[in-house]
Ligand binder design. Structure first.
Ligand SMILES: [Zn+2]
Length: 67
C-alpha cells in the first residue's frame, strides 16, 4: 500500500512538472521582436523595432533609407 502511494506521489510530481512546462507561454513573438536583421544598404545589424522599413526592406537609419 505504501508502495502504491509512493508511485502515485511520483506520478503526481511528474504530472505537475510536465503541466508547468507545457503552460510556459511561447516566446516566439518576443524573440522575433528582439531579432537582429542586417540593414539593406550598409549591412549593419539592428533590432527590428529600431529599423526603418521601405518596400519590404529594413534600413538601420534614415540615411540608409535615403530620405
Ligand atoms: Zn544602414
Amino acid at each position: 500500500m505504501k508502495f502504491l502511494l509512493f508511485i502515485g506521489f511520483l506520478s503526481a510530481i511528474y504530472f505537475l512538472f510536465f503541466k508547468k512546462k507545457s503552460l510556459t507561454p511561447p516566446t516566439s513573438d518576443h524573440s522575433q521582436e528582439e531579432a537582429m536583421i542586417p540593414c539593406a544598404k550598409c549591412g549593419t545589424y539592428v533590432q527590428i523595432k529600431e529599423t526603418f522599413m521601405r518596400d519590404g526592406k529594413y534600413y538601420c537609419s534614415r540615411e540608409c533609407l535615403g530620405v
